[in-house]
Write a protein that binds this ligand. Sequence first.
Ligand code: ASP
Ligand code: MG
Length: 413
Amino acid sequence: MALIVQKFGGTSVGSVERIEQVADKVAGFRDQGHDIVVVVSAMSGETNRLIELAHQIQDQPIPREMDVLVSTGEQVTTALLAMALHKRGKRAKSYNGSQVRILTDDAHTKARIREIDDARLHADLRAGNVVVVAGFQGVDEEGNITTLGRGGSDTTAVALAAALKADECQIYTDVDGVYTTDPRVVDGARRLEKITFEEMLEMASMGSKVLQIRAVEFAGKYNVPLRVLHSFQEGPGTLITFEEEDAMETPTIAGIAFNRDEAKLTILGVPDMPGVAFKILGPIGQANIEVDVIVQNVAEDNTTDFTFTVSRSELARGEEILKRTAADLGAREVRSDSRIAKISVVGVGMRSHAGVASQMFEALADVGINIQMITTSEIKISVIIEEKFLELAVRALHSSFGLDAEPIEDSAA
Ligand code: ASP
Ligand code: MG
């Protein structure tokens, strides 16, 4: 007997048939004696549809009204799921965010949860109900409806699990877990049984869009055991845990992440003197352009070449700013390159295993890939390479670090 929070995303509740399937699943857990709180998203496409309606009236509707509008999608699915549970002979009650009282700040369309009143939910659970809560929304001190930002139902689920001290928060989605890398790039990519929060954040922030990053951060902060599972296939999914296994057991590398949304700017022949990095990156920061990887090289003539990466959509703006800086500093030239990609090996096991960087560089050298830039953190090593080699690099690293799944033996042979 456990208290479980289960979240079903938009595709899992995308039609009445799907909602009935979710009800079967939830009812099954009830039959095993578990207490269940379900968090649902709006039917897939619904939130976009509502936003589109608003934009037919106004380019920039007032955020307060946007929240009143987009929060309706989740209210529909809570009621339908409660009905489907009733049909199966289960007690169930649906609530929107303000009825539970998921109290948030007043930052409409990107509100943060402050406090959750768990009294009503506990009472309903004690009375034998499945409680169905609308994801993605709350209410501010003044009683205004707020929403938590796109994909916010994950955060609702984790926050409810933390408030209720649930035994597990299960996120049901259209993949069966977190993978060692993108299975579309590497055939042998494997589902991970377990991954730590830290690793998950590194993997998620680089494009494994399984979970909203904020939800992972929240789960890490409140130590909520989180599991990603497939909505309609049986299987254990991937557990995202706080605990690291002991160093001997920990695989060195959990996965290979990559990001194509990178572009490179270089300013050449800058006088090498104090304050130069600040003069170059100051205006970039002021323009709200995020800088990722940075490399500086000093040449023999006491000038320096300074290279940094930004996201591709910011390249043109960044280049314009950098050209002005180059004129001010008397630099020789500005170059830009958007055909690059970042690839990272991620793993908490790096802390106790030496030689990960050299293994990574060797694996890339073996397939003839040139490394343009390198950056490291405690649990991650990233390199910038030419984009056309990205898939080759991911495959080489995946196999070099022993992540490839065993090929399935042909039993007939
Ligand atoms: N329905 C909202 C969205 O599409 C929230 C969610 O699905 O998590 O962003
Ligand atoms: Mg979602």
